[in-house]
Design a protein around this ligand. Structure first.
Ligand SMILES: O=C(O)CCC(=O)C(=O)O
Ligand SMILES: [Fe+2]
Length: 317
């Protein structure tokens, strides 16, 4: 355990939670927070406890926030971090609120958000707007726990690897899957917009968390290849590590209800939105918080290779 992590854990253990309640959903990831009604006026103690619960449990859930609209969500998110463009290429009606709408595509593939740029978002705040009558759960995996439970020999291997992440990941493979049900025209347009500028960044496969000092595996569906390996070796090593990240014991699955909000630490998680609700409408609104450039175990920062994402910087809340 690093000194940074030990110090962090000791502080957390001594102080406990006073302003909010924190109930684990499972052993390794996820907690429900109580005693919070979101708006822009939460007191500093509550905000700092929410932040702490977030880095400790990786994804936290708030229930009963039916009063919240986009403005309240944005005001709340601004207390936790700095809202940013949700994505360097996707635009929306309001550029800090990203509608996640089934009509425009389904995120049913394991990923960490926006890993193809150097400054990966630190966290996201996702609010249920329209839910299907069945299905439509979201699953998160704890990538720090995944690293911690890897065999030490594999940890040592992963510590030395770097991966290239790109927004032009294998859409063709996705299409084959989609072709079974036919390709939605709007979805095609969304994909065209999403991929119209290529971004590529080299990230360490193991990043050190800037708050807790924990090591975590940085992979997911934007990975194109592992640096220096042949295509086959690259695929095999990716599969070996990615399979470990998404072991069910490392995950939590959330059944959305009206008024729910999920907040995840995008520096220590992957997620997957399960597409098991047929053609029922489903819509959530996401506010994305700016993050910093990952660093490897020896302190080397990620390197952008293609695409200028310098505009992908904090915007005014
Ligand atoms: O639809 C969901 O539940 C999550 C979608 C997603 O990947 C995201 O909001 O980043
Ligand atoms: Fe996502």
């Amino acid at each position: 355990m690093t000194t940074q992590l030990r110090a962090y854990r000791e502080t957390a253990a001594v102080t406990g939670y006073r302003s909010i309640t924190v109930d684990r959903v499972s052993a390794n990831i996820g907690a429900v927070l109580g005693g919070v009604r979101i708006d822009g006026d939460l007191d500093a103690a509550t905000v700092s406890e929410i932040r702490r619960a977030l880095v400790e449990h990786k994804v936290v859930f708030l229930r009963g926030q039916q009063h919240a609209d986009d403005a309240a969500q944005r005001a709340f998110a601004s207390l936790l971090g700095t809202p940013t463009l949700p994505h360097p290429t996707v635009t929306g009606a309001d550029n800090s609120v990203l509608p996640i709408d089934a009509a425009e595509g389904k995120a049913n593939s394991w990923h960490t958000d926006v890993t193809f740029v150097d400054r990966i978002p630190s966290a996201s705040v996702l609010r249920a707007v329209t839910l299907p009558p069945y299905g439509g759960t979201t699953t998160w995996a704890n990538t720090a726990h995944a690293y911690a439970t890897l065999n030490p020999a594999l940890q040592a291997l992963a510590d030395r690897l770097w991966a290239v992440h790109s927004n032009l990941y294998d859409y063709a493979a996705e299409r084959t899957e989609k072709a079974i049900g036919g390709i939605d025209v709007k979805e095609e347009a969304y994909r065209a917009e999403f991929g119209h500028i290529e971004y590529e960044t080299e990230h360490p496969v193991v990043r050190v968390h800037p708050v807790t000092g924990e090591r975590s595996l940085l992979l997911g569906h934007f990975v194109r290849r592992i640096v220096g390996l042949s295509t086959r070796d690259s695929q095999d090593i990716f599969n070996l590590l990615q399979r470990h990240v998404i072991r069910l014991e490392h995950t939590v699955q959330w059944s959305w209800r009206d008024g729910d909000i999920a907040i995840w630490d995008n520096r220590a998680t992957q997620h997957y939105a399960i597409a098991d609700y047929d053609d029922q409408p489903r819509r959530l609104h996401r506010i994305t918080l700016a993050g910093d450039i990952p660093v490897s175990v020896d302190g080397t920062p990620s390197r952008p290779l293609k695409g200028d994402a310098s505009h992908f910087s904090p915007i005014a809340a």
